[in-house]
Ligand binder design. Structure first.
Ligand code: SF4
Length: 300
């Protein structure tokens, strides 16, 4: 048995996706975020990127009154063109039929977005808004999909999700990421949004909540608590596996003790970039595609 590697470099920043990754599985977080080990491209993640870009183009290229279904599909065409030749798409190794299926499914997601809201009524004042703030000395960063100004002048944080919607009892925990965005808005823009909304496109479900004082306090405490846990894990080299449904999509399964693997072999097997202090990419830890259900709204 080998001793754990201690005093690993702590990530330089915290973000909603890092919080999700660490709380989902500390060991996978170590491989991905702390050691920066390479992961194969993910069709689900790339589809999410494509659909997010299409919706961004819908709001930047088409003024209110022209954001029809056709416009949304044209925006998707534009986003798809931008992806051609990009390494992540080529890395998926899709054949012609699979590429068509990938695009068709993305079209379905864009169509379903239009079942959740009328984009002609949306006044977006920020798209892919990059925010950074300090929480007790910890740098917290995040990219807000969309920041809206509502009719009463208040702000709304909107986050698109292309993965599966949570069960009703899990919806509160899924809101913690967007609550962190609300906290960042308040710190950086001086205004706390009146509502945060998660739009689950595939399932046609909207989960929304008001960022109350209590929610903001809880979000802040949770973020700082996760940060302390990350620091402790890096210092002690103690990143435990947390087996779940997400293991099916984990690129590090063969090095995971829960599957008979040895974590210390991962860096040598997957690359020599271990224990870097560079900022990592931020994988979406949400699970992939669900079975579609009818339109509905949830309020948590
Ligand atoms: S296989 Fe599962 S438990 Fe193991 S590192 Fe991956 S996500 Fe974590």
């Amino acid at each position: 048995m080998t001793s754990p590697v201690t005093d690993l470099a702590v990530p330089s920043t915290l973000s909603p996706s890092k919080i999700t990754a660490f709380t989902s599985c500390p060991l996978a977080f170590r491989f991905s975020v702390v050691e920066h080990l390479p992961e194969p491209p993910s069709a689900a993640a790339l589809k999410g990127t494509l659909v997010h870009r299409a919706l961004e183009l819908l709001f930047t290229e088409y003024p209110p009154g022209s954001r029809s279904r056709d416009a949304a599909q044209k925006a998707l065409d534009g986003a798809w063109q931008e992806l051609q030749g990009v390494e992540e798409l080529d890395g998926l190794g899709l054949d012609d039929a699979e590429r068509i299926a990938f695009l068709v499914d993305s079209r379905v997601l864009v169509d379903r977005y239009l079942e959740l809201e009328d984009p002609d009524t949306v006044r977006a004042i920020g798209l892919e808004l990059n925010l950074s703030t300090e929480l007790n000395g910890v740098t917290v960063r995040g990219i807000i999909d969309r920041l809206d100004e509502l009719d009463d002048g208040s702000l709304a944080v909107v986050d698109y999700k292309t993965g599966r919607a949570p069960r009703a009892e899990q919806s509160r925990s899924r809101l913690s990421g967007v609550h962190l965005y609300a906290l960042m808005c308040e710190a950086e823009l001086g205004r706390r949004p009146s509502v945060v909304r998660l739009l689950y496109l595939r399932d046609r479900i909207v989960i929304s909540a008001a960022p109350t004082d209590q929610a903001m306090r809880g979000t802040r405490q949770r973020a700082l608590g996760v940060w302390s846990a990350i620091e402790r894990a890096c210092k002690e080299g103690d990143f435990r596996p947390n087996p779940s449904n997400l293991c099916r999509f984990c690129a590090f399964q063969e090095f995971c003790p829960s599957f008979g693997g040895v974590p210390s072999l991962a860096a040598a097997a997957l690359g020599d970039s271990a224990v870097s202090t560079a900022r990592s990419s931020e994988p979406d830890a949400s699970a992939p595609e669900p079975t579609a259900v009818g339109p509905r709204c949830l309020s948590a």
